[in-house]
Design a protein around this ligand. Structure first.
Ligand code: NAD
Ligand code: DAU
Length: 331
């Protein structure tokens, strides 16, 4: 199969490309705009007879049309992905996440190609901290931030293109990913690289918000399962029962890196900060037989810390600008 991967120079997309090259014999083309979040280094050393990187914008009709026409299936990761950025400047989120997804949909419609759309659990809004409920595919959409609203809109476009035009698409909504090659603006890499730099971790608000962590390789294995065996028009929720409060995550990072448990700062909260996410992945498990490999968050976290220790050249160029932005916002 010839796969077109949008956003393949980003965190999850680049790990997906590595997994596909490792575990299948598919050919892979990546289209990536190489925004601040895209790093070609994440795709270094891939075999040139099976992989190519095209620098381009998914909003560019001619470019996306040509690449889609040469592929058998499209896996659509490309997006503006960071909530804090969307609160400061929503415009690129509306453009890439909505207009970009529209352009991808039109291209797959014209050429009759299979599409898998990557989305987030944040489209469902949030859950109370003490609520035993989890998100299911039937939970109503209720996004909170410009980022999650733009992702919710992109999902609805995909659903409409399936129903009205018969586009062969599936959607997956995943919880918070962690692992190698994640940008230092995100929670876990920010705290690890702060500690490597002799700074204290920063927790928004009281650190009580809960996220449902999944290793990026488990997410991507689920994406491959949906791509290969998922039913057209269906939505699959991806999660690995990894609920932890932000404070618990920081305490684990501090312990793994040899620092005292209370060695963090509480900083200004995120406006509209979602309280808790939790995924019921029963449909994915029952229909497609997917199971997470990283069952112990500590093991995956330790490997992730090691990756940042051993790959400073990868993250260092972005670190100062990210911290300056957070500092200007008292975070
Ligand atoms: P990321 O920000 O690390 O990567 C996004 C990539 O998209 C970057 O390489 C960037 O250059 C590229 N891109 C942005 N705009 C583009 C455009 N107009 N044209 C082409 N390329 C463009 O994001 P990520 O964390 O890897 O997330 C990937 C996808 O997974 C997103 O759709 C996101 O909503 C979704 N998702 C992320 C998580 C998570 O925890 N990170 C969880 C669930 C779903
Ligand atoms: O749930 C899936 C989503 O997870 C994806 O759709 C998004 O693309 C991805 O960025 C992520 O969104 P979050 O907003 O949950 O992730 P972030 O890494 O920004 O923050 C995780 C939690 O940590 C959140 O509650 C905010 C908090 N936080 C974040 C930073 C950067 C802190 O307490 N301190 C920080 O320095």
């Amino acid at each position: 199969m010839r796969l077109l991967v949008t956003g393949g120079a980003g965190f999850i997309g680049s790990n997906f490309v590595h997994q596909v090259i490792r575990s299948t014999d598919h050919q892979v083309a990546v289209i990536d705009k190489l925004t601040y979040a895209g790093n070609p280094e994440s795709l270094a050393d891939l075999p040139s007879d099976r992989f190519q990187l095209v620098e381009g914008d998914i909003c560019d009709t001619a470019v996306i049309d040509s690449l889609v026409s040469q592929s058998d299936a499209v896996v659509h990761f490309a997006a503006e992905s960071h909530n804090d950025n969307s609160i400061a400047e929503p415009s690129p989120f509306v453009h890439t996440n909505l207009v970009g997804t529209f352009r991808v949909l039109e291209a797959v419609r014209r050429h009759g190609k299979r599409l898998h759309h990557i989305s987030t659990d944040e489209v469902y809004g949030d859950l109370e901290l003490d609520d035993p409920a989890k998100f299911t595919p039937d939970t109503p959409y209720n996004p909170s931030s410009p980022y999650s609203a733009s992702k919710a809109g992109s999902d609805l476009l995909v659903r409409a293109w399936v129903r009205t035009y018969g586009v062969r698409a599936t959607i997956s909504n995943c919880s918070n990913n962690y692992g190698p090659r994640q940008h230092v603006e995100k929670f876990i890499p920010r705290q690890i690289t702060n500690l490597l730099d002799g700074r204290r971790p920063r927790l928004y608000g009281a650190g009580a918000n809960v996220r449902d962590w999944i290793h990026v390789d488990d997410h991507n294995a689920a994406v491959l399962a949906v791509l290969e065996r998922g039913r057209t028009g269906e939505t699959y929720l991806i999660g690995a029962d990894g609920e932890l409060s932000n404070r618990q995550v920081v305490e684990l990072i501090l312990a793994e890196m040899g620092h005292p448990a209370g060695d963090y700062d509480l900083v200004k909260d995120r406006p509209g900060h979602d309280l808790r996410y939790a995924i019921d992945a029963g449909k994915l498990r029952d229909e497609l037989g997917w199971r997470p490999v990283y069952r112990d968050f500590r093991d995956g976290l330790r490997a992730t810390i090691d990756w940042y220790r051993n790959n400073e050249a990868w993250w260092r160029p972005a670190k100062a600008a990210v911290e300056a932005k957070y500092q200007a916002n008292q975070q």
